[in-house]
Ligand binder design. Structure first.
Ligand SMILES: Cc1cc2nc3c(=O)[nH]c(=O)nc-3n(C[C@H](O)[C@H](O)[C@H](O)COP(=O)(O)OP(=O)(O)OC[C@H]3O[C@@H](n4cnc5c(N)ncnc54)[C@H](O)[C@@H]3O)c2cc1C
Length: 256
């Protein structure tokens, strides 16, 4: 790293790793200095080789009060960074940009009290941060429970839900939080007891069920670009036309 890079990156270390599937895992990372962020923001992870940095953004799973940051990562086998991140184990070093970025925040300004959170696989990351943060605030009396979060999380197979247990526990505890994991390849998993279909397939049904409309709800779409495009089209047809009514975090641009 050059001195200029040192100014912008922390030398960080992996403290914990948990693999959910052969291509999905979470890491917890200890930074060497202060790292402020708002739930919904992303950290930039980087690795250096032959004097060249490769860096990518990753939504932060953890809440700002946690002492380490947590990331939920999918392996892209031909990718430039994820195969190298995948090789890292606890104790290994990596670089993290000193500033968090992004504007994928929970909307507490518009007056809409309902928040429809739609995600594919790792796209659940910023929503876990929302819920972890609000759960603590609620338990400690800083959040009155007057905003309602409804989370749809789509995956092909049941083991891709890295945070299902934690989110299910939150749903039991928190009166202002609902969680629906949905599997799009159920034929391989006859024991899957839950919802079937892609997240965008079940969006209409749950928006109706929870009585979410453009007057009372902000929608947040995170992850797979096709899910985001489909969900946006559905929501627009349902009147989510205001510029601030739909927020999106597209994880990659599909090849043309
Ligand atoms: C704001 C933001 C937050 C993000 N947060 C996360 C996160 O929390 N977890 C996470 O795993 N990723 C996240 N991503 C994606 C991440 O930044 C990388 O793009 C991804 O990890 C692939 O990096 P790579 O260098 O291995 O692949 P690249 O070399 O960057 O990509 C190789 C090819 O794969 C495509 N591609 C990239 N990602 C995927 C994918 N997941 N599935 C299929 N094709 C893909 C690219 O378009 C490209 O054509 C986020 C992206 C953005 C913009």
């Amino acid at each position: 790293m050059t001195p200029a890079d040192d100014k912008f990156y922390y030398h960080a270390r992996i403290t914990r790793r948990m693999d959910f599937a052969p291509d999905l895992w979470m890491i917890r990372v200890q930074l060497e200095g202060e790292f402020n962020f708002v739930p919904g923001q992303y950290a930039t992870l980087a690795l250096e080789r032959d004097g060249k940095l490769t860096q990518r953004p990753y939504s932060i799973v953890s809440a700002p009060w946690e002492s380490e940051i947590e990331l939920f990562i999918e392996l892209v086998p031909e990718g430039a960074l994820t195969p190298r991140l995948y090789a890292l184990q606890p104790g290994d070093p990596l670089l993290v940009r000193k500033t968090a970025k992004g504007r994928f925040f929970l909307d507490t300004e518009s007056g809409r009290k309902h928040h429809l959170l739609v995600s594919t696989v790792t796209g659940v990351a910023p929503f876990v941060s929302f819920v972890r943060t609000l759960a603590k605030d609620w338990r400690e009396g800083r959040f009155a429970g007057d905003h309602y979060l409804y989370l749809l999380n789509g995956a092909s197979r049941p083991w891709e839900f890295g945070y299902k247990e934690e989110l299910t526990r939150f749903e039991v505890e928190l009166p202002w939080f609902k969680y629906v994991p949905t599997v799009s390849r159920p034929w391989d998993h006859s024991d899957w007891p839950g919802e079937i279909g892609r997240a965008d397939d079940i969006l209409r049904k749950y928006a109706d069920h929870w009585e979410l409309d453009a007057t009372n709800t902000t929608a947040y779409l995170c992850g797979h670009p096709d899910m985001i495009a489909n969900s946006k089209a559905i929501l627009k047809r349902r009147g989510f036309l205001d510029r601030t009514a739909i927020k999106e975090e597209v994880y990659w641009i599909p090849p043309k």
